[in-house]
Write a protein that binds this ligand. Structure first.
Ligand SMILES: N[C@@H](CCC(=O)N[C@@H](CS)C(=O)NCC(=O)O)C(=O)O
Length: 208
């Protein structure tokens, strides 16, 4: 049976969402964070990086949310929640799927964590701030219906959900009503609600 290694308040919620939508049987293994917010050694015993999400499916152990989402949708979901391979829509979908971690998360986290000391914008925040604004505006302008890809919920939305949750925690949605409304729609879906029931909140309250 597929095992999903889930770290509390983390990106692994994305995978719970997909598994629940597909009705795939899986075992959830929940890991706690240490005092420094890092994963504890029990996650490193599963994969040398000690990161969540990690899945173990038979002989295969893989990390990286986007890769895991694609793998599960293809292997266990008949390609559901993705536009057909080779289509323009699929290329755009995959751009969103990869953009979330490849370009958006790094400046977002730099901006958030760079401000933890207080005392005005830190050099890290000054560096990352304009990039976050550009990236979030790009996502906001790209929402092409209720969801990123239009009428249908896709893997791209599941992937983006964590980014938008972090953006909200950082106060970045206040001046982006379209992105805030998108986040409301995601949270209102039965699949997302079930995800939170099972895995808990995506992010912990953040002190700004
Ligand atoms: N790009 C990776 C990032 C994985 C990642 O950094 N996960 C965090 C949780 S949100 C983690 O495992 N943190 C624990 C640690 O770094 O010790 C993905 O999308 O899966």
């Amino acid at each position: 049976m597929l095992h999903l290694h889930h770290l509390v308040t983390s990106r692994s919620s994305r995978i719970i969402w997909l598994l629940e939508e597909l009705g795939v049987k899986y075992e959830l293994v929940t890991h706690q964070r240490g005092a420094n917010m890092r994963a504890l050694d029990d996650l490193k015993a599963v994969h040398p990086l000690g990161k969540a999400p990690t899945i173990v499916d038979g002989d295969l152990t893989i990390v990286e949310s986007a890769t895991i989402l694609r793998y599960i949708a293809e292997r266990h979901g008949n390609g559901r929640f993705m536009p057909p391979a080779g289509s323009d829509a699929r290329a755009k979908h995959d751009e969103w799927l990869d953009y979330a971690e490849g370009s958006l998360m790094m400046p977002l986290l730099m901006s958030l964590l760079g401000g933890l000391g207080g005392g005005g914008p830190s050099p890290v925040q000054q560096f990352a701030g304009p990039e976050v604004a550009k990236a979030l505006d790009y996502v906001s302008a790209g929402i092409s219906g209720p969801y990123l890809m239009g009428e249908e919920l896709t893997l791209a939305d599941m992937q983006m959900s964590y980014c938008v949750a972090v953006a909200e925690a950082g106060g970045f949605l206040a001046e982006r009503p379209a992105l805030a409304a998108y986040w409301q729609r995601l949270q209102a879906t039965p699949g997302f609600k079930r995800t939170v029931e099972i895995g808990g909140p995506l992010v912990m309250p953040f002190r700004r």
